[in-house]
Design a binder for this molecule. Structure first.
Ligand code: AMP
Ligand code: MG
Length: 286
């Protein structure tokens, strides 16, 4: 088979705006845009990307120093239990300097958070200038779990798609690049991963009996995810569906998405706001 060369993973995984999609139409086993031969290649390639990714991230961070209007990136991770949000954070996000990362995991809202609009806690966690924000779950839970579990009436959650699109449009206008990833794990693979958690005492801490109740509502979640992908994949903030059955591909693909978006931003080292020659002389003479 001919190798796929120079395919942008962003193009291979993007959900085209204004297209109706079903989650079942995406292959969780797939490796779209992957140019190598398999797992060993992917781990090597991910390491190769690390260097460029680190350099770009440091430039972005440097741009953000003393510049409140500087650009930022927000990598948003959604997916059902065991889809590997944590794995992506460890293996892909873990490739860059933690000083430039702002990580936030969203759990069921606290009593304090429930007093506010659902976007309140999201707005409070947005990345600062030059930072790469990581959302482990996000405002999309407010049209996913909230919908499936009937936590608010349909009349309320159904208005949120447009509201989210508007919110994200504002974010991008203000200089945030959003990378929204749906980690797509299959029903069978989730079962295997839950069983692994049970069979390995070192993974018991990851197991939550409630995950089985969620699993039993699989069709309802797929329907909710389909609406998210259909209604909230926009030109300014598209969704990427990342096949997640193969962990090596998932990590490679998210690293690649980060790299492609940072390359497009093309951050530059800020020019010195002091006279270099004068400062050099001062240091020498000190
Ligand atoms: P985990 O990511 O496994 O630590 O689980 C976090 C839990 O928080 C999941 O069960 C989510 O469904 C839940 N959660 C996150 N955001 C919300 C929300 N806005 N409303 C209700 N539950 C939420
Ligand atoms: Mg969990």
């Amino acid at each position: 088979m001919a190798k796929q060369k120079n395919v942008l993973v962003s193009d291979a995984l993007r959900v085209e705006p204004r297209t109706t999609v079903r989650v079942e139409d995406f292959d969780a086993e797939g490796t779209p845009g992957y140019p190598g031969e398999g797992k060993d290649d992917a781990i090597e390639q991910t390491q190769t990307m690390a260097e460029e990714l680190s350099d770009l991230q440091e430039r972005l961070y440097a741009e953000g120093r003393d510049n409140p209007g500087a650009r930022r990136v927000l990598l948003l991770l959604q997916g059902l239990d065991t889809s590997g949000k944590g794995g992506v954070i460890r293996h892909s996000v873990g490739l860059v300097d933690p000083q430039g990362i702002q990580l936030k995991a969203f759990k069921a809202p606290t009593a304090e958070e429930r007093k506010h609009h659902y976007l309140w806690r999201i707005k409070n966690a947005l990345p600062g200038p030059g930072m790469i924000g990581i959302f482990d779950r996000s405002h999309y839970e407010d049209v996913l779990v909230v919908r499936v579990e009937n936590l608010v009436p349909q009349s309320e959650w159904s208005k949120r798609f447009d509201e989210i699109n508007k919110f994200e449009a504002e974010l991008t206008e203000q200089g945030t690049t959003l990378i929204k990833c749906f980690l797509n794990v299959s029903h069978d693979e989730q079962k295997q991963r839950l069983l692994e958690r049970l069979d390995n005492p070192e993974k018991h801490w990851k197991y939550n009996p409630g995950d089985v109740d969620t699993r039993l509502k699989w069709p309802a979640y797929l329907e909710a995810y389909a609406d998210v992908l259909t209604r909230c994949s926009t030109e300014h903030a598209p969704w990427f569906v990342v096949p997640a059955n193969r962990k090596w591909y998932r990590n490679w693909a998210v690293t690649r998405l980060l790299l492609e978006h940072l390359r497009a931003l093309d951050p530059h080292w800020p020019a010195a706001d002091f006279d270099v020659a004068v400062e050099r002389k001062r240091v020498e003479e000190s």
